[in-house]
Design a binder for this molecule. Sequence first.
Ligand code: ADP
Ligand code: MG
Length: 277
Amino acid sequence: MSAPYLSVRNLSVTFPTRTGTFHAIDDISFDLARGEILALVGESGSGKSMTSLSIMRLLPEAAEMSGRIEIDGRDISALGRRQIENVRGAKVGMIFQEPMTSLNPVLTIARQMTEGPVRHNGVSRRDALAAARTCLEDVGIAEPDRVLAQYPHQLSGGMRQRIMIAASLALRPGILIADEPTTALDVTVQSQVLDLLVDLKARLGSGILLITHDIGVVAETADRVAVMRGGRILETGTVDDVLGAPQHDYTKELLASHLTVEKGLKLRDAQFEGARP
Ligand code: ADP
Ligand code: MG
C-alpha cells in the first residue's frame, strides 16, 4: 500500500446553538491510501456525511471546522475557493446516495457529461463525448452511445448510480468518496454497484472512502473500517480484525443486529425451500 493520499487529523466540526456548541464531529483522525477501501460505518447522525463534506470543503455555512486535512500531500484548509474547486473532481471524486438529485432531468446524459469540460476546460464537444464514452465503459456500461442519448428518467437507479460514478472518475481523481452510494438501491443492484467499487479499486487503483450505515456492506466491500458514533471514531482496524473481534460494545451491537437480520433471511429462505414441492 502507498503513502496515504488522504490524511485527516483531529478533525472537529461544531455548530453554535443557543444552548452551547454542538459537536457534529469530535476529534477524529484517519488515513486513506490509493488502492484501498476504508468504510466509515455508523448509525444516522453519527457524523459520516459531515466528515465527507469536510474533505470536500462543502460544509454548511454555520459549521466551524478545525483540524488538518491533507490531500495528496497538500493541506486543504488553507486553500481559497478557486483552488479548492481544482481539488474537487481532480483529486477527490464524490458520489451521493440519490443519483437522481445530482442529475439534471432535462438534459441527456451526453449533455451533462460534456457540458463542464466544454464550457470550463475548452475541450471540443467531440473530444468531451469521446471522454464520456470512455468513462461509461470504465464503469462497465456496454453500450455507452445508447446511454449517452438518454435522459435520467429513462434509466434504472443502478444505471444512474453507475453514471454518477463514471462522471466522478472523469478527471481520474486519486480517491472517491461514496456517501451511502447504494442505500437507495434494491439489494441485487446494490451488490452490483459495490462490486463495481471493488473493481475500480483494483483496476484504477482508486482509494475509496465508503460511507454506510450497513455493516453488511462493510463486510462485503471494505479493507479497513472505522466505526463512528456521536461524532467520534470508536474503533478502527482491518475489516477482519474489527468484525472478527469487535472491541467496542457498539460494534458488537451493530454486528449482532446484522446477524439477526441475516439469520432471519436464511430461515425464511430455508422455509421457502422446504415449502417447495
Ligand atoms: P450521518 O451522515 O452520519 O447520518 P451527519 O454527518 O449528516 O450524520 O450529521 C451529524 C450531526 O450533525 C447530526 O447530529 C446532525 O443532526 C447534525 N447536523 C447536520 N447538519 C447540520 C446543520 N446544518 N446544523 C446543525 N447540525 C447539523
Ligand atoms: Mg449521511
